[in-house]
Ligand binder design. Structure first.
Ligand code: UT7
Length: 335
């Protein structure tokens, strides 16, 4: 941050929908196996929304928990990271703010796929640094199960639904919990590597009805895998340099939970011990914009993240987009 006002982590909460789906469950539906999914991704289970449940429902649950964790005054802004909004228009955030009883605060969505939460954090930190907000509720919420192609076994087994949220408050850069440094980037030449082709102005402007497969999520897995490793490791290094921490000083690496092999490859590239990479992809799979706050909530709850630790968050996703954030873990009341 360039001012002496910093955004400080003050609350954390998460929620996943109750329905657990195992690899064996998916093997009933697709030509796949528990062995393939575990060995290629590290995923064992994930949660899916039931019909009638939307991303806003997940966001409200996680948001309420983060607000309870933070205590104190109500937030004066809400930023929601999601690529699976309740509808293309309007954004999902105003409805979430209303349902959380937050009144007429500014509330808007940020769309950066799996990097969405870190973009939303940066946006919220910017609002605080500019004096436009004192406390911001930042939520990452996704229901990717609603956009998966039932004909595509590869993408259908790697995603899950869920939400995580934090409260950022205005504070000082030297406080524990202050977001110390950001790196954000994008590369639009990779726009087609992760995409839902239909539903936007580009396809609608042809006047032709969308092909069914274009209404679903699609991904070129191997290219994305390589880019994810390169971008997250490079971005992590950039933030470590900015904040002046060596890799040896770092206590925890909280990477976007897309694939255990990616998390290990990023750790290897950074020469960081694999066992200090936070992992919950086994339990929740890839929850896109909800991935980082869900991983933070799990790691904080089980004591992996402890006050005073030096923590690096890093993510990569569609766009292509990527980003990293450094902070010293604060004392938090977990809801
Ligand atoms: O969240 C945003 C960022 N996203 C990511 O970072 C995801 C990055 N990509 C990946 O994690 C991996 O590429 C996947 C997990 C998506 C796929 O793993 P892979 O090791 O790259 O598999 P592949 O696509 O190269 O496929 C290998 C084989 C193929 O069979 P052949 O051609 O070798 O006979 C696939 O047909 O695995 C087959 N396969 C499956 N087999 C059983 C693909 N999906 C499945 C499946 N079950 N679900």
């Amino acid at each position: 941050m360039t001012t002496d006002r910093a955004a400080v982590l003050a609350g954390l909460g998460a929620w996943v929908p109750p329905r657990t789906v195992t690899n064996d469950d998916l093997s009933q539906q697709f030509d796949t196996s528990d062995e393939w999914i575990r060995s290629r991704t590290g995923i064992a289970t994930r949660h899916f929304v039931d019909p009638g449940m939307a991303t806003s429902d997940l966001a409200v649950e996680a948001g309420a928990r983060a607000l309870k964790s933070a205590g104190g005054p109500a937030p004066d802004a809400l930023v929601l990271a999601t690529t699976t909004p309740d509808r293309p228009c309007p954004g999902t955030a105003p409805d979430v703010a209303e349902r959380l009883g937050l009144g007429h605060i500014p509330a808007f969505d940020v769309s950066a796929v799996c990097t969405g939460f870190l973009y939303a954090l940066a946006t919220a930190a910017g609002l605080i640094a500019a004096g436009l907000a004192e406390r911001v509720l930042v939520i990452g919420a996704e229901s990717f199960s609603t956009i998966l192609n039932p004909e595509d076994r590869t993408t259908s087994v790697i995603f899950g639904d869920g939400a995580g949220a934090v409260v950022l408050r205005a504070g000082r850069p030297e406080e524990p919990g202050a977001l110390k440094a950001f790196d954000l980037g994008s590369d639009g030449t990779g726009v087609d590597l992760i995409t839902v082709r239909a539903g936007g102005s580009q396809q609608r402007s042809t006047g032709l009805p969308a092909a069914l497969e274009d209404t679903f999520f699609s991904m070129q897995g191997q290219q994305v895998f390589m880019q994810a490793v390169l971008r997250m490791s490079a971005s992590s290094r950039t933030v470590l340099d900015q904040v002046g921490w060596s890799v040896e000083e770092l206590d925890a690496l909280v990477g976007h939970q897309a694939n255990l092999r990616i998390l290990h490859a990023v750790a290897d590239k950074l020469k960081f011990p694999r066992e200090k990479a936070v992992v919950n992809v086994d339990k929740v799979a890839n929850t896109a914009g909800a991935s980082i706050p869900l991983a933070l909530a799990d790691a904080a709850a089980d004591g992996t993240l402890r006050p005073g630790q030096k923590v690096l968050l890093t993510a990569f996703g569609g766009g292509l987009t990527w980003g990293s954030v450094a902070l010293e873990w604060p004392e938090l009341d977990l809801a």
